[in-house]
Design a protein around this ligand. Structure first.
Ligand code: MN
Length: 441
C-alpha cells in the first residue's frame, strides 16, 4: 500500500540522500544497529548518515509515538520494536520521514540538533540489528532446484514435492554473521574413492545469493499464519550469503539434508530494508517455470499473492582474488540475479513454514533460497555456474577458478529500481575466505 512516504519527489535536508543513485533516499529508511565506541544503538540509514534513534528520543523528536514504541527504539536490537506489529512500524516510518523530509513539519527542529542525531556511516561499526532466534533456509527457485538435483545426484527429473511446496531446512542462527566477518574455510568429512572418507578443508567452497527475510511478529504455536496475513508478519529484508561447502554437503546430505556443509557461516547485510519501503516494487507472482506446473494448493494460494506476491530486487555477485586486489583490479561480476526468478513468494514461504503450527518469533531469519534464473549464466552460486567444477573461469590475473579459494572475497549488492521511483538500495554483504581457523594437519 502506497502512502506519503513513497512519494517520488520527496527530498531530505540530509543532502547526500538526494544524490542520484544513492542507496538510502528518504523513501528507503532502512534500520540498522551501530556502535561508535559507546553502547550499541539502533539507527535509520539516510544518505551517507545514520539517524540515531536513541538520540532522537532524548531530543524529544519521537514524542508523537506511543511510549512503548519510543522505549523499544532505544534498545540495542530491533526485536522489541518488531514485536509491536505493523501499525507501529508504519507510524515510526511516517515520523522519521517527517523528521528528515526537506519541508517536513518537524524538519526545522530536527535540523537544529543534527549534530546530536546524525552520525556518519563511515564513523561507526554496523552490527546485527536483531537477535536471530532461528534461521530457516528455503529453496525458492525452480531453476536452481532442477540444476542442483542434476549436479548433485545426476537425476534429470526434479523431485515431485518441489512442484507442490517451497522446500526448506532448518539452519543455524549462532553462525549468522554481519557483512565483513571472517569466513573460515570449513574442514569436513569428504567422500573419497577408496571408500574411507578424508577429513580436510573444503575444496568445493561456494556461495549462495539469497534474499534474507526478517520476521517481525510471530505466531502462537499450533496456529498457522494464513497466506492472506503472511506479509503482515514480515518486518523487512537483507541480502544473505548461504556459504556452502559442496563436497561436505554432497557426502552428508542424504537422508537428513544439509548440516555441516552449511552451518559454519551465513553472512547477512547490515541494513534492514522494510517491507513498507518495498511497496512500490511489488509484482505479480511470477509465471510458472515449466509446463505442467500445478496450481498451488489452497493454503498456498490467494488472489493477492497472485496479483502482487513477488518483490522485485536486483542483485550483483562480485568476486575478487587476493592477487586481483593486490594489483588494484576491480572484482569480476560473476552473475546478475533477481528475486523475480523465484517460483515461490514470501507469503507462501511464511504460510508453508507455519502450516503445521510451527511458531515463528520476532527476529527469525528466513533465507529465500538461491535466486538462480532460467539460463545457466543467471545462476546465483558457483556449483551451477561451474557445473560442479567442470567449467573453469579465468580471472583477470590469469588465475583459474571453479569454486572459491582462500583469499577470495565475495560481495553481493542489491537494489530495487522502477521507473518513476527513487531506487532503493540494500547495501552489500561482503565476506573474505580465510584459511581454517585451526590447524587441520
Ligand atoms: Mn541456501
Amino acid at each position: 500500500m502506497l502512502n506519503e512516504t513513497h512519494v517520488a519527489d520527496a527530498t531530505s535536508w540530509v543532502e547526500s540522500a538526494n544524490l542520484k543513485g544513492a542507496d538510502f533516499p528518504i523513501q528507503n529508511l532502512p534500520f540498522c544497529a551501530f556502535a561508535d565506541g559507546e553502547e550499541q544503538r539502533l539507527g535509520v540509514g539516510i544518505g551517507d548518515q545514520i539517524l540515531d534513534l536513541k538520540a532522537c528520543a532524548h531530543a524529544g523528536l519521537l514524542s508523537g509515538l506511543d511510549d512503548e514504541v519510543v522505549q523499544s527504539l532505544q534498545g540495542a536490537v530491533l526485536n522489541d520494536f518488531m514485536a509491536l506489529g505493523r501499525d507501529h512500524w508504519r507510524a515510526v516510518r511516517k515520523q522519521i520521514f517527517d523528521l528528515l523530509k526537506s519541508d517536513g513539519e518537524s524538519a526545522d527542529t530536527a535540523q537544529a540538533v543534527s549534530g546530536e542525531i546524525l552520525v556518519a556511516q563511515s564513523d561507526v561499526n554496523l552490527a546485527l540489528a536483531m537477535n536471530i532466534g532461528d534461521f530457516t533456509d528455503y529453496e525458492c527457485s525452480h531453476h536452481h532446484a532442477k540444476r542442483m538435483r542434476k549436479l548433485m545426484s545426476g537425476a534429470s527429473k526434479p523431485l515431485p514435492n518441489g512442484y507442490w511446496l517451497p522446500r526448506a531446512y532448518h539452519g543455524r542462527s549462532s553462525s549468522v554473521v554481519i557483512s565483513g566477518s571472517p569466513i573460515y574455510l570449513p574442514i569436513g568429512q569428504i567422500e573419497a574413492e577408496n571408500e574411507t572418507p578424508v577429513v580436510k578443508p573444503c575444496v568445493n567452497f561456494d556461495y549462495e545469493l539469497e534474499l534474507g527475510i526478517i520476521v517481525g511478529t510471530g505466531n502462537e504455536r499450533g496456529h498457522p499464519i494464513p497466506i492472506e496475513e503472511a506479509e503482515d508478519h514480515i518486518f523487512g529484508f537483507c541480502i544473505l550469503n548461504d556459504w556452502s561447502a559442496r563436497d561436505i554437503q554432497k557426502w552428508e546430505r542424504l537422508p537428513l539434508g544439509p548440516f555441516l556443509g552449511k552451518n559454519h557461516a551465513t553472512s547477512v547485510s547490515p541494513w534492514v530494508v522494510t517491507m513498507e519501503a518495498m511497496a512500490p516494487f511489488r509484482a505479480p507472482q511470477q509465471a510458472v517455470p515449466e509446463e505442467g506446473w500445478p496450481e498451488p494448493l489452497p493454503y498456498l494460494d490467494s488472489e493477492q499473492n497472485r496479483a502482487s506476491g513477488a518483490i522485485d530486487v536486483n542483485f550483483q555477485v562480485l568476486v575478487s582474488t587476493e592477487k586481483m586486489r593486490e594489483e588494484g583490479m576491480e572484482p569480476v561480476v560473476n552473475s546478475r540475479n533477481k528475486t523475480l526468478d523465484a517460483s515461490w513468494t514470501i507469503a507462501q514461504i511464511v504460510a508453508q513454514h507455519t502450516s503445521n503450527g510451527c511458531n515463528l518469533r520476532p527476529g527469525d531469519l528466513i533465507g529465500s533460497g538461491t535466486v538462480s534464473g532460467e539460463t545457466p549464466s543467471a545462476s546465483a552460486c558457483l556449483m551451477e555456474l561451474s557445473e560442479a567444477g567442470s567449467i573453469t573461469r579465468e580471472m583477470p590475473t590469469g588465475e583459474k577458478r571453479s569454486f572459491l579459494q582462500v583469499g577470495d572475497e565475495v560481495v553481493f549488492k542489491g537494489i530495487s529500481e522502477k521507473e518513476g521511483y527513487p531506487r532503493i538500495g540494500f547495501g552489500e554483504v561482503r565476506g573474505l575466505v580465510l584459511p581454517p581457523a585451526v590447524d587441520y594437519s
